[in-house]
Design a protein around this ligand. Sequence first.
Ligand SMILES: NC(=O)c1ccc[n+]([C@@H]2O[C@H](COP(=O)([O-])OP(=O)(O)OC[C@H]3O[C@@H](n4cnc5c(N)ncnc54)[C@H](OP(=O)(O)O)[C@@H]3O)[C@@H](O)[C@H]2O)c1
Length: 389
Amino acid sequence: MVEIENRIQKNEALTDDMAMKLAMQESRLGLGFVNPNPAVGCVILNSKNHFLAKGHHKVFGGPHAEIIALENLPTDKPKEELLKGARLFVTLEPCAHEGKTPSCAKALAKLPFAEIVYGLIDPNPLVAGKGAEIISQAGIKCTHFGKWQDNLEETCEHFLMNFRHKRPFVSLKVASSLDGQMALKTGESKWITGEEARIHGRLLRATHDMTIVGKNTIMIDDPHLNIRHDDFPEKENKLLILDPAGETLSKPGLKIFEIHRPENLFIAVSEETFADENIQNSARGLATLISVKLQPDWNYNLDQMLGKLWDLDIRSVLVEGGALALSSFISQGKAHRLYLFQAFLILGASTGKSWSEQVKIESMTERISLRNPKVKRFNQDLLITGRIN
Ligand SMILES: NC(=O)c1ccc[n+]([C@@H]2O[C@H](COP(=O)([O-])OP(=O)(O)OC[C@H]3O[C@@H](n4cnc5c(N)ncnc54)[C@H](OP(=O)(O)O)[C@@H]3O)[C@@H](O)[C@H]2O)c1
């Protein structure tokens, strides 16, 4: 990115790869603000491939990235003059339809662009290619970028999963020692990672619709589990506790009940517990109960649970532990992305608690490999992330 910034500063030409990379970086600025819409970024180059403007979709229901980039054009020359022979790079095919906002493809088709380059084809087969067609019919070259599809998909993976499977996107977040432990057997886990990694963990709460944790984590750690991040000062997250017998309700002094408003707090209980009038009474004014089927192995049927969350308009969830909660999402094939914060310390297998303790891999053919893995350094920790499913 440094080279791209330098070239822009010196008013030097950008390559197509650079323009799309910049558009991808721009798209990420919308994460946590645009859901359930996709995060989309856009860059405009002039006829000599010099940078003119960039923009991203900022808020759900607001103007799309292409329109924001057009609004960000320099004002020293008329728009028509600036855009003569210009090229626009956008991470997702311009929309063909009129929804909450007018059609971007139609808006672009009226301008003197030489070319529109888009990263991903619209995932809706009924409209895929329609935006490109409107632009081509106006005599503007319209090109599918074709490269880096994994990286481009990553920028709007929640949206793509929602669209294709009508289920929330599931991310797992864990802080682990070098030997794969997430806590000591005593239950102690504060803190495995440093402050910077923990701040990033809270950012992930803001970019998902709901945080999910198991009952033991609540009982042992008494955590806040709210966002507390400078980029999202106003945002409140929704929280779901996996607590089949509703035990957390007998401890109303827990921090989660003080911090999270009842409309944002949910407890997944078994069908049997849900039918218990006393539990219903204890939950009143504290949290909403969701009834979920327990399987013969005493784990929830997560497909049923995710279906119920979908019906509550939850489009992405961040599972933060403990070991049982994380393991069950992996075992039932319901985890899509892992965020593993790797601390440079050892806790010992006999004294520690492994975060994947319930995951059973009988042969190397069953091992789970991360797709498109990435590593980022946070001061004293690493973040390793990649797609599981
Ligand atoms: N390092 C980290 O990133 C991190 C993050 C969070 C927690 N932790 C640590 O993890 C430890 C707790 O882990 P844990 O494995 O004991 O507990 P957990 O997953 O927090 O809670 C386990 C309990 O929650 C319920 N539960 C969880 N998943 C379920 C599912 N899929 N279906 C049905 N019920 C489910 C069950 O309650 P019932 O027993 O009532 O059936 C289960 O016994 C703590 O020491 C905590 O400090 C570490």
